[in-house]
Design a binder for this molecule. Structure first.
Ligand code: FDA
Length: 396
């Protein structure tokens, strides 16, 4: 007969949130088992930030998170902060640097973060089973029973930390939502976020022809989102941090408004140049403030290229408007295949914001990306994983 291993806490998913939760629960002398279907722990941490792991952000605040309930993340983010994670790193003599916009990267690279989290788990006697698929989860008054490809398990607290479905080739799944549905919890379907845009072939062959590879600082706006970062033109569409950020706010059919010269009063700047250099061509002066290929392409497609002295006031105004509020309607996004995270997850109304426990199912917890809380690009998503994992770890 198959024997059943019993634990106080079983955590499904040995990623960012699961590792943090396991270490915290273990420190409270709970008997903890971490289960993961992958062959190693922390796979997304290892590939994050180009291998350097952008592990948090100095500007973490609730406004940097998208959720149907923007208040939900406040409690966890204030209970376990970016500074708390930095204290942990100091204990392990790990160092970091700020790249831009408060984004902190680990000097010792991503594997050092995984090693640190695993050292915390080891010190707290956390057990680990890798290569383990969960076949069935059942629940009764005594707790949760799990049938897996590696055996049967029982626990009183079950934590779902299986992340979101972005980058399916890494084995990512929507397992968290399937468990939520099994227990009757509402959810917001997962959709790709922090993802490059695609353009139609007509756009790529027309206005955008020859622009691939160009990067320039812009502001991008769509719905409630507005970001000042770099735009990268690609062979398939638009990418770069500004576009990844705004993709989280974009809905199919909507236009993204781009200011190619953020912070510049373009109309008065053009008027001044018109007086000072009336013979200078528009494409020449634009190439002084924009990448040359882009400046020339705009003058071939969006507006006529002439010596500045030949434009009337209305024409200059129209050019300024195009440069500062260029509306592009993407065809779509690259989808889950390349999305850095996913929007959606377990509806936060189903969970306690303090403990992450399901209100209707005692002992069942959801943390990290499985919850409907999605951060901006720049370390915000790992901070949510650390904070939500830490909070659940105090209660499981
Ligand atoms: P995470 O995905 O880390 O872990 C889930 C775990 O569950 C995995 O180990 C998986 O194998 C396991 N699992 C899944 N299904 C299972 C099942 N059915 N049974 C058992 N186990 C299962 N964020 C950031 O803040 N800074 C950054 O620099 C980056 N960089 C980055 C780069 C790339 C390429 C990607 C794809 C993502 C990022 N991110 C990021 C986002 C970040 O990786 C993400 O938000 C966190 O990893 C989410 O942590 P979780 O613990 O919730 O899921």
């Amino acid at each position: 007969m198959q024997t059943t291993d019993t634990y106080d806490v079983i955590i499904l998913g040995a990623g960012a949130a699961g590792l943090m939760c396991a270490a915290q629960a273990g420190k409270r002398r709970r008997r903890v088992l971490l289960l993961d279907k992958a062959e190693k722990i922390g796979k997304k941490i290892l590939i994050s930030g180009g291998g350097r792991c952008n592990f948090t952000n100095l500007n973490v605040n609730p406004a940097a998170y998208l959720s149907q309930n923007p208040h939900f993340c406040k409690s966890a983010l204030s209970r376990y902060t970016a500074q708390d994670f930095l204290s942990l790193m100091r204990q392990y003599r790990l160092t970091w640097h700020e790249k831009t916009l408060g984004q902190l990267f680990c000097d010792q690279k991503a594997p050092a973060i995984v090693e640190m989290l695993w050292a915390e788990c080891r010190a707290a006697d956390v057990a680990l089973r890798l290569d383990t698929e969960i076949e069935r989860v059942t629940h009764d008054a005594a707790g949760f029973d799990l049938i897996t490809t590696q055996g049967h398990y029982h626990c009183t607290s079950l934590v779902i930390a299986t992340g979101g479905p972005s980058i399916p080739r890494m084995g990512s799944t929507d397992f968290g939502l399937r468990i939520a549905k099994q227990f009757g919890l509402k959810n917001i379907p997962f959709s790709p976020a922090l993802v490059p845009f695609t353009l139609t072939q007509e756009m790529l062959d027309g206005l955008f022809a020859g622009l691939a590879g160009i990067s320039t600082e812009i502001t991008a706006e769509c719905a409630a989102g507005a970001f000042r970062e770099n735009l990268l033109f690609t062979h398939r569409g638009l990418s770069g941090p500004a576009m990844l950020q705004i993709s989280s706010y974009w809905q199919k059919g909507a236009a993204v408004r781009i200011n190619l010269l953020p912070g510049k009063p373009v109309f008065t700047w053009l008027q001044t140049l018109q007086k000072q250099r009336p013979k200078a061509e528009l494409k020449t002066v634009l190439a002084e403030v924009l990448p040359t290929r882009l400046a020339h392409r705009l003058c071939e497609t969006l507006f006529p290229n002439r010596p500045l002295g030949q434009y009337g006031e209305k024409a200059l105004q129209a050019i300024a408007q195009q440069l500062q509020a260029w509306e592009i309607t993407p065809a779509g996004t690259e989808g889950m295949r390349t999305a850095e995270v996913s929007l959606g997850g377990v509806d936060t109304r189903e969970l306690s914001s303090k403990t992450m426990e399901a209100r209707q199912v005692a002992g069942l917890y959801f943390i990290g990306e499985t919850v409907d809380v999605t951060g901006w690009l720049g370390g915000y998503n790992f901070q949510w994983a650390w904070s939500s994992g830490w909070c659940a770890g105090q209660t499981v």
